[in-house]
Design a protein around this ligand. Structure first.
Ligand code: 5AD
Ligand code: SF4
Length: 479
């Protein structure tokens, strides 16, 4: 198979941050009409790995595909277009992708028209792309996180030329307003407020794969939120790798606190946001969260480590003391606040004492939820160049110990919920019991209860009867 290379990724270009981003709204999409005549009710299969940014990208791609007549299927063997939307944040996310493509590649032999595509963060890394291209000759389309607006022309070209197409341009990034999206959920929605990240934490690949930190226009975000409210949505999550930096690259004189306040005032019943870097979290933001009852009292505030030497080596721009001071201010101003976090164990050369500082900060803060990771070297990042003297066995032991500490506090918090009544936004029915439904409290606790289909997408009152570490059992009260 011949390969047509439109562009390939370049880590140096990906790290460049000189130009300011441009925002544009494509009025038409190249080769849309041509693809539409070709597709006629064919099916697509899409599988997304990784974070909410990828999930939101999937919704944009689905919107584009359904607009030209593709129908979604969950059976790859029925599809004429397969898209694997990948994550590069840790090695185990990448390993799953290699496994899945291995299982799908034989389908190309059965269907000569099949477009087998890999997109997302993995292909933004030159060495990974090379490895994928060498290992999986069956894959006939690679495109990056910046090429979603070109989806029609890329798929059309593969279909008509039978060549393999590679289109991955590393660039500081643009904001492209693509509508309509095909949302995965009818009452909860993610709304991007910004793309990319300029923090360059030394372990993290995201600033290279997703490019420059760039904000959407204030009015564009508000318009999308208003449309969701008009369509009956109950919950909006404002999304960005680092939402607190919102607006810094625009000259609209607005920051994230202004944006949150404006969305809260539109009247969405539940407003959430993620992710927050502690360094940019302003007092003004804390005040806005405290002021509006429809902004959920739940903040995801990644700490990564509790030790100053490690935080510095990670390039996190805060100290243990300043993080604790921020949490203190939040808890003082926002009664009932629930905090969650991300923690990396086994950063290169982390000592027992340094790891112990992570345990003590966890014991001090008593998070209500946490995501924990063993450090995974990402080629091209500064941390990956550090010679590491900590064995994997030590890292695993530390990981288990950390989880024990976290669970102790999460369990203790869960127990305090028993006997109390919470507002729960109902998600759906259990796979194993047709009478059991589940949903999340304002503080993001998972609750199971007896319910019925009419409750899905509504906020109901649930009294908690029983607590487990990660979920609650309760009963609906007041109808
Ligand atoms: N190794 C382990 N965990 C990582 N994360 C990001 N990069 C790495 C890495 N190289 C974690 C951080 C981040 C979360 C999304 O993923 O904790 O907050
Ligand atoms: Fe990665 Fe740090 Fe940016 Fe988060 S803030 S995406 S950890 S570089």
């Amino acid at each position: 198979m011949k390969t047509k290379i439109i562009n390939t990724p370049d880590m140096l270009k990906a790290a460049s941050r000189k130009k300011s981003a441009t925002v544009f709204m494509p009025a038409t999409f190249d080769k849309k009409d041509q693809l539409e005549t070709l597709v006629k009710g064919e099916k697509y299969y899409i599988h997304t790995y990784g974070c909410q940014a990828n999930v939101r990208d999937e919704e944009t791609m689905r919107g584009l595909l359904e607009d030209v007549g593709y129908k979604q299927t969950d059976k790859p063997e029925e599809a004429s277009l397969i898209i694997i939307n990948t994550c590069a944040v840790r090695e185990n996310a990448e390993d799953k992708v290699y496994g899945e493509i291995g299982n799908l590649k034989h389908l190309r032999k059965k269907n000569k028209d099949l477009v087998l595509a890999i997109c997302g963060c993995m292909v933004e890394q030159p060495e990974i792309l090379k490895k994928l291209m060498e290992t999986f000759t069956e894959v006939n389309l690679y495109f990056g996180t910046h090429e979603i607006a070109q989806l029609y022309s890329l798929v059309y070209d593969v279909r008509t030329t039978k060549e393999r197409v590679v289109a991955i341009e590393s660039k500081p990034g643009e904001v492209i307003e693509i509508t309509p999206a095909c949302r995965n959920n009818t009452y909860k929605a993610y709304v991007n407020v910004m793309y990319g990240c300029d923090k360059f934490c030394t372990y993290c690949i995201v600033p290279y794969t997703r490019g420059k930190e760039r904000s959407r226009h204030f009015e564009d975000v508000l318009r999308e939120c208003q449309e969701l409210i008009d369509n009956g949505y109950q919950e909006i999550t404002l999304l960005g790798q680092n939402v607190n930096a919102y607006g810094k690259d625009l000259d609209e004189g607005k920051d994230f606190a202004d944006l949150m306040e404006a969305v809260a005032k539109l009247g969405i019943p539940r407003l959430r946001f993620t992710t927050s870097h502690p360094w940019d979290f302003s007092s003004k933001m804390i005040d806005v969260i405290a002021k509006y009852p429809n902004i959920m009292k739940f903040i995801h505030l990644p700490v990564q480590s509790g030790n100053d030497r490690v935080l510095k080596a990670m390039g996190r721009r805060y100290t243990r003391e300043s993080y604790l001071a921020l949490v203190k201010e939040m808890r003082e101003k926002i009664p009932g606040l629930a905090l969650s976090t991300d923690i990396i164990v086994g950063f290169p050369n982390e000592t027992d004492e340094e790891f112990n500082d992570t345990l003590t900060i966890v014991d001090e803060i008593k998070y209500e939820a946490a995501f924990t990771f063993i450090y995974s070297p990402r080629k091209g990042t500064p941390a990956a160049k550090i010679a590491d003297n900590v064995s994997y066995e030590t890292k695993s032991k530390r990981f288990m110990e950390l989880v024990k500490h976290l669970e102790k506090h999460i369990e203790a918090h869960s127990k305090t919920m028993v006997g109390k009544t919470y507002d729960v936004l109902v998600d759906g029915v259990s796979k194993t019991d047709k009478d059991m439904y589940s949903g999340y409290t304002e503080e993001n606790k998972l609750v199971h209860f007896k319910g019925n289909e009419s409750m899905i997408g509504k906020i109901v009152k649930v009294k908690i009867n029983e607590s487990h570490t990660y979920s609650m059992m309760g009963e609906v009260v007041n109808g």
